[in-house]
Design a protein. Structure first.
Length: 82
C-alpha cells in the first residue's frame, strides 16, 4: 500500500525550517565578514557586527522549532490514523 502523503505536500513546520535556514546562512555570512578583519590584521568592525553573528544561533533555533513542530504534527496525524 502506498503512503497517502504527497512528496510536495507542506508540513506545518516546513516554512519555519526554511526561514531558519535562511537566517542561519545570513548569520554565517555575517560571521565570516566579522572575523575576516581579525584574521587579516585590519581594523575590526564595530561591536554591533558581532551581534549580527548571533543570527546563526537564532536561525538554528528557528529551524529546530520547525522540526519539532513537524514532529508534533506527525504524531498527531499518526494518533488520528489509528
Amino acid at each position: 500500500m502506498r503512503d497517502k502523503t504527497q512528496t510536495n505536500s507542506a508540513v506545518p513546520g516546513d516554512r519555519l525550517v526554511r526561514a531558519g535556514a535562511v537566517v542561519f546562512f545570513i548569520g554565517a555570512l555575517a560571521t565570516l565578514v566579522t572575523v575576516a578583519p581579525l584574521l587579516l590584521g585590519t581594523t575590526p568592525f564595530p561591536t554591533y557586527m558581532f551581534g549580527l553573528s548571533m543570527l546563526m544561533a537564532v536561525g538554528f533555533l528557528m529551524a529546530g522549532a520547525g522540526v519539532l513542530r513537524s514532529v508534533a504534527a506527525g504524531r498527531r496525524q499518526a494518533r488520528a490514523g489509528r
